[in-house]
Design a protein around this ligand. Sequence first.
Ligand code: FAD
Length: 467
Amino acid sequence: MKDKQNILIIGAGLCGSLLALRLGQRGYNVNVYEMRPDLRTVEISAGRSINLALSDRGFKAMKLVGIEDKVRELCIPMNGRMLHDVEGNMVMAPYSGRDHEYINSISRGLLNALLMDEAEKHENVKFHFNKKCKSVDFEKTTALFEDHNSKDEFVEDADIIIATDGAGSVMRQSYFLGKKFLFSFSQDWLSHGYKELSFHPTENGDYKTYKNALHIWGRDSFMLIALPNLDGSFTVTLFLSYEDGEYNFGNLTTPEKVIEFFQKYFKDALELMPNLVDDFFTNPTSPLGTVKCSPWHYKGNTLLMGDAAHAVVPFYGQGMNASFEDVTIFDKVLDEDHDDWETVFKVYEQNRKQDTDAIADLSMDNFHEMKGHVNKAIFREKRNLEMALEKNFPNDYSSKYSLVTFQENIGYREAMLRGRAQDKAILNMLADKIIDLNDDLKTNLEKVKTVTEEILEDDMVAKNLKH
Ligand code: FAD
């Protein structure tokens, strides 16, 4: 592929800004059109997750573009889940038995701004703000935009267009509505929505609760989580059904009812939230969903990337990480020196789709795990065993969570298959008392490995039989 070609990117979010930086480094002429104002100069209102968990797949992409150290400066390590029960007791459940494996809380705005700053250092990369894409003509490789201020419409063309315009992608919509090729698309909404709340810092600017953890109040059919920010505050997110259950977003309509709900289920959190009612009635309630589609590209003209191609529910903390990993994988395909963009797009999608489908499914699994399972005795026993295995046999064992979150050199699909088999093996053996946590750890490791391999083999046989 020749450099100096003109690439148009729609959306200067996390994926689009990283992609612009990488393609700029590779020598392409890159123009990025973003519908919002420049977030480095204008305060953009809350409502869209203020902070996120960044982990190893995301860092791999940061290394690729040479900004890992700058990104680390923005991070707060979270070593585990701090589980809060209804009585207000807290217990820390580490994410891994290996000390160097943890996730990081990072501000969406600061990270996005850094990526744009770095991209703009390349004179061949330009950002255009307040320009909303209205549709894409994927046959002509042109996009129609509207200027937010003047309301003028204009058309831009390019050699290729890559849409990183998020879960509600306009280009994906153009694919769907255009009916010019066989385009499959599914969008599954969760019955739960989310609302962002906050713990403010103490008067001295300190954190009101333990800083280096992702706090979780799991209550089976709903949950609250909190991630730390650099200024001493926490961003707190309530995940709750729109309609079902005694308390839901539909019936929490008065300050009294909201306080009653928090008093009953999140008493210790409520003590840290004198601002609860304000936050609750100011901040929007937003939906959560999974988007899958294919193909992601139209010939060699246009390509979907990031949430535009594969939005997931946020319960594995992997949506941004997966979008960053898209750029890593795309870059690798560019290294292969294919002759034309169509082959690049095809190979990229072939390499990538099964992994983004896997993280979509894993994210739904984790929704149930975080709400309820983390509190159940057998799941805690499993976690304890896995922690001990990771600590004592760091090269021999990784839990499903570690495979997904910290093993950036294997795909999500491989992590899912192995991780699920391990979970099944351990849970069955604990239930059937084939594993005793007091037994020698090496013996337990061998049992887990043997049964995991048997399950993986059975799965393979079952799959082959089906075909
Ligand atoms: P986006 O970040 O959505 O960016 C899209 C950009 O395109 C935006 O700037 C938007 O303004 C712009 N745009 C949209 N439409 C147009 C248009 N028509 N014209 C021009 N520009 C347009 N991921 C994690 O890895 N870890 C987490 O802990 C995590 N937590 C999350 C918590 C919540 C509550 C949610 C909702 C998501 C979370 N995610 C997390 C997922 C993460 O936010 C997304 O996966 C990530 O933002 C995807 O990046 P993107 O650039 O593809 O899309």
